[in-house]
Design a protein around this ligand. Structure first.
Ligand code: PAF
Length: 283
């Protein structure tokens, strides 16, 4: 039975005992509405660590006014039974006041990978993510923390921030888990209507097409423009960006560096993001 902690001191105390016994602690931070994508992070943590901690906290500070904080899916019972089935050791389930008590006044501001792409559309987002993730690291003190490649810019931001602050935590990216039709698993997929869900896999198809174009030596900027047109023709409501960036730094793409293509789109009011490495080969 996964033990649930709501209080910072309690989880610190229990994890200190484990650390004193030289047990390796793996950490999977989440905002709940768990799916097999989270399952992949937990699997990776269980393969490498003695104790696995999952946090569930819908972090107000990474949502701007007018975004989906209020409506973000909160499925606690289902999430706890998901974690139970996966034999997760500890669940950290703090309240908003536990994390952000009155007079809380600290935010991490970042540049580098926290600029451009998502940040152009959601300028507050990575400051909120960096703040909560570093705070959670200081509560859990994991040896290894696991993040999905689906939120690739977030993974780069967390790596950068953790290194800049000399956090003694190894950050591991876990490949995106996809539905059988290619749609990247995401909690926000729950928002999609039936018709939108039928269109959603075209996002992955568009990214694969860019990768194929690269293997054929085509002009990649033209290929991104073509992918954008393809999605709009298919019925996507908006494409915020489809861009190619250096995989390591997210800087504008240079030749002879491993590359990724990243995209953010809308189907109705649902924002879908996805990305793939361009050196992968696709059918
Ligand atoms: O990816 C998420 O679910 C969130 O951004 C995270 C990393 C748990 C921080 O709130």
């Amino acid at each position: 039975m996964a033990e649930v902690f709501r209080n910072i001191q309690d989880i610190r105390d229990v994890l200190k005992q484990k650390r004193d016994k030289n047990m390796r602690i793996g950490f999977v931070p989440t905002m709940g509405a768990l799916h097999e994508g989270h399952g992949a992070l937990i699997d990776a943590a269980q393969a490498e660590c003695d104790i696995v901690v999952v946090s569930i906290f819908v972090n107000l500070k990474q949502f701007a006014a007018g975004e989906d904080f209020e409506t973000y899916p909160r499925l606690l019972e289902k999430d706890l039974s998901f974690l139970e089935k996966r034999n997760v050791d500890y669940v950290f389930l703090p309240s908003n006041d536990e994390i952000y008590p009155d007079h809380f006044a600290t935010m991490i501001k970042m540049s580098g990978p926290a600029e451009g792409l998502e940040a152009d559309i959601r300028p507050h987002f990575f400051h909120g993510v960096a703040t909560i993730v570093m705070k959670l690291f200081l509560i859990v003190f994991p040896d290894i923390a696991y993040f999905g490649e689906k939120d690739y810019q977030q993974l780069c931001v967390v790596k950068r921030c953790s290194e800049d602050l000399s956090m003694p935590v190894v950050i591991k990216g876990v490949p995106t888990r996809r539905e059988s039709d290619g749609l990247a698993m995401s909690s926000r997929n729950l928002y999609l209507s039936e018709a939108e869900r039928a269109l959603a896999p075209f996002l992955y198809k568009a990214l694969c097409q860019v990768a194929k174009d690269m293997h054929r030596g085509f002009d990649l900027e033209a290929s991104c423009r073509k992918a954008k047109e393809f999605l709009l023709e298919k019925g996507f409501d908006k494409v915020d960006y489809i861009e190619i960036r250096a995989e390591e730094t997210l800087e504008k793409a240079e030749k002879n560096t491993p590359l990724r293509v990243l995209a953010a789109t809308y189907l109705g009011t649902t924002r879908l993001i996805d990305n793939i490495a361009l050196d992968e080969t696709f059918e």
